[in-house]
Design a protein around this ligand. Structure first.
Ligand code: NDP
Length: 296
């Protein structure tokens, strides 16, 4: 199997380099790759890459993920999250290739408390959410064989992440304030990459199972409880870490005004993914504990 991986340097892209390797020959590109264009700001260049490489499967992990910055650069966000994925989908349709793509809980408006299902109507609050939704729609409309995984709160051991920021702040400050009214599930880039590889294998046997799925770790939490869990685990495993913070105070989203509005309810119902692909998604604490063991 020939696989084209786009966005190889991101959180998910990095883990996909590992998980896809067992499926076949992987060509992995980033925005500054030399031999073939992987720059999503150049849609025709990326389309030409697909035509030249003729992959069986395209996995797109590239995106404009700077949620607040997207509010002030909507054209670029649309190009990276919608226009270029849409063009890739058209090339995939012509080739008969599979396109695997990632989307987000931010396609929903965050109302209510029930986990969102794939058939719930999206209503994005932000430019990021709107451009990611448009990307989904362009892929679906292209008629290509596709798998779209909507996920949330992605972290990885590599690079910066929420847990590392909380650990640093807890060592610097006596009091932390963390939002407690946005609910969701922290999801490891390694889990997403493993699910992707498993699903690609499954789809070779059962192509009719393609489509849109929600893919997040099990359980649910809010950022405040997530921060408390991270700090408690770090103290338990690394007593040498000197935690200065004596208070981790819960605060509402309104305490941290940001350019982009974020959904309060980011819970995603994963029953369709688990039933279709025969998967059990582990509890979010399991993945976060593993990531902490790596970084501490
Ligand atoms: P990252 O931001 O870690 O990765 C995105 C990658 O896209 C980076 O390597 C980035 O490069 C690259 N990129 C930026 N601009 C371009 C460009 N012009 N051409 C090609 N590549 C470019 O994101 P994640 O790995 O976390 O996200 C993977 C997918 O999951 C995305 O589709 C995202 O929308 C989705 N998702 C992510 C969530 C999260 O919390 N992170 C939540 C829900 C969904 P560079 O780093 O150099 O800018």
């Amino acid at each position: 199997m020939n696989i084209l991986l786009l966005g190889k340097g991101g959180q998910v892209g990095w883990e996909l380099q590992r998980s896809l390797a067992v499926l076949g020959q992987v060509t992995a590109l980033d925005f500054d790759s030399r031999e073939h264009c992987g720059d999503f700001a150049n849609p025709q260049g990326v389309a030409e890459t697909v035509r030249a490489l003729r992959p069986d499967v395209i996995v797109n992990a590239a995106a404009h993920t700077a949620v607040d910055r997207a509010e002030s650069e909507p054209e670029l966000a649309r190009l990276l999250n919608a226009t270029t994925p849409g063009l890739i989908a058209q090339e995939a349709a012509r080739l008969g290739a599979w396109l695997v793509h990632y989307s987000t809980d931010y396609v929903f408006d965050g109302s209510g408390q029930r986990p969102w299902t794939e058939s719930d109507p999206p209503a994005p609050l932000s430019v990021y959410g709107a451009t990611k939704l448009e990307g989904e729609q362009l892929i679906t409309q292209s008629g290509c064989r596709h798998l779209i995984l909507r996920t949330s709160w992605v972290y990885a051991a590599r690079g910066g992440n929420f847990a590392k920021t909380m650990l640093r702040l807890a060592q610097e400050r006596e009091r932390l304030t963390v939002i407690d009214d946005q609910w969701g599930a922290p999801t490891g880039a390694d889990l997403l990459a493993d699910v992707t590889a498993h699903a690609i294998g499954h789809l070779q046997q059962r192509p009719e199972d393609g489509g849109l799925y929600h893919c997040v770790a099990g359980g649910e939490t809010h950022w405040h409880a997530y921060a408390k869990y991270v700090i408690a685990q770090a103290q338990q495993w690394q007593p040498a870490i000197k935690i200065k913070a004596t208070e981790i105070a819960p605060v509402p989203t309104s305490s941290f005004p940001t350019p982009a509005r974020r959904p309060h309810n980011s819970r995603l119902d994963t029953s369709r993914l688990q039933a279709t692909f025969g998967l059990t998604l582990p509890h979010w604490q399991q993945g976060v504990a593993r990531m902490l063991a790596e970084i501490l």
